[in-house]
Design a protein around this ligand. Structure first.
Ligand code: NAD
Ligand code: TYD
Length: 332
């Protein structure tokens, strides 16, 4: 694999994956294709080796543009997506456009061009909520919000191209990811950056929903393992192994930010809020992958990163962000 097309490489996990490829494989050239939506940010790939990184501004929902960008690439790894559940509740059209039609364009282009590997980055949210135990890849999907339903739709289109046309599609389902450069609409960077400014942190419902936290570089190594060692047509769960109730996560964030629990503001629950996500990653472990980051260490370095990098998030928390914030939290 010499030339890899990474879509959504200006987003949170995509940009970490771009850095991971360039640092791990000296012969790899990365073509980074990103629409630069509100969540895309070229600051995220500032300082990467420009000789081995080509950026193209483009939309995966534009069949001509994505087909053109994929020409000459050995593999495509799709991170491009609308990714925030709360925004999908406010309006789902862009989710269907990017997360379903966009994926259709990618597999269709790969079929036409004979691309050797298509990795679709997906999420544990496609399984839906589970109160006891953990989902395995053989379990049926049961998405319950427009974001996870569109991700499941994209996956199913991808798998249909494997079964029908033999397209070498591999899917990863990662758990909740955290680390530097995450857009501050997601719970961790939202709460850290609010806390730094002494703004209350809006905790949904009873705060007892459970998420499994995966450090971003571990997510990238998991995707890379599936890309290089996974079997076509297969799905691989990528789990952090750090299940925490939101209230526990919130207390830890506030403690690391040097603030007190007085900043916690209980607010109305998210509609259809999945209670618990849990996945079993033994299939990916069998390919040699293990997450390396310990939760305490990962949390400490992540909160420190937001404290040290106000230049990155202060300019994001303006304009469109403030409008969204008002729409989402204004009435509370
Ligand atoms: P993000 O929102 O930070 O970034 C998404 C990127 O995709 C942005 O750079 C955006 O500009 C780009 N993009 C959006 N629509 C596009 C389009 N139509 N064409 C081209 N580019 C487009 O997202 P993230 O958190 O980095 O997530 C990346 C992927 O990982 C997504 O597919 C998401 O479903 C999946 N995932 C995320 C998590 C998580 O916890 N963040 C967990 C599991 C899986
Ligand atoms: P989020 O980061 O949006 O990820 P996801 O919904 O994809 O899991 O939310 C993580 C958890 O935090 C989820 O249970 C919802 C909760 N949450 C809050 O309590 N308050 C908030 O303001 C946000 C954004 C999330």
């Amino acid at each position: 694999m010499k030339r890899i097309l990474v879509t959504g490489g200006a987003g949170f996990i995509g940009s970490a994956f771009v850095r991971y490829q360039l640092e791990t494989y000296p012969d790899v050239h990365v073509v980074n294709f990103d629409k630069l939506t509100y969540a895309g940010n070229l600051d995220n790939v500032k300082g990467v080796d420009d000789k081995r990184h080509t950026f193209i501004k483009g939309d995966i929902a534009d069949a001509g543009a994505i087909t053109e960008a994929m020409k000459g690439c050995d593999a495509v790894v799709n991170f491009a997506a609308e990714t925030h559940v709360d925004r999908s509740i406010l309006g789902a059209a862009e989710f269907i456009n990017t997360d379903i039609t966009g994926v259709y364009n990618i597999v269709e282009a790969a079929k036409t061009l004979g691309t050797k590997r298509v990795l679709l980055v997906s999420t544990d949210e496609v399984y839906g909520s589970i109160l006891d135990g953990s989902f395995k890849e053989s379990d049926p999907v049961g998405p319950r919000n427009p974001y996870s339903a569109s991700k499941a739709g994209g996956e199913l289109i991808g798998l249909s191209y494997f079964h029908t046309f033999g397209l070498p599609v591999v899917i990863t389902r990662g758990s909740n990811t955290y680390g530097p450069f995450q857009y501050p609409e997601k719970v961790l960077p939202l709460f850290v950056t609010n806390a730094i400014d002494d703004i209350p942190v809006p905790l949904y419902g009873d705060g007892k929903n459970v998420r499994d936290w995966l450090y971003v570089d571990d997510h990238c190594s998991g995707i890379d393992t599936a890309l290089r060692k996974g079997e076509p047509g297969q799905i691989y769960n990528v789990a952090g192994g750090n299940e925490r109730e939101n209230i526990v996560l919130t207390h830890r964030i506030l403690e690391l930010a040097g603030k007190t629990a007085a900043l916690i503001k209980p607010v109305a629950d998210r509609p259809g809020h999945d209670r618990r996500y849990s996945i079993d990653a033994s299939k990916l472990h069998a390919l040699g992958w293990q997450p390396k980051m310990d939760w305490d260490a990962g949390m400490a370095l992540t909160v420190k990163w937001y404290r040290d990098n106000e230049w990155w998030w202060r300019k994001i928390k303006t304009g469109e962000y403030l409008e969204y914030y008002k729409r989402q939290y204004g009435g509370q």
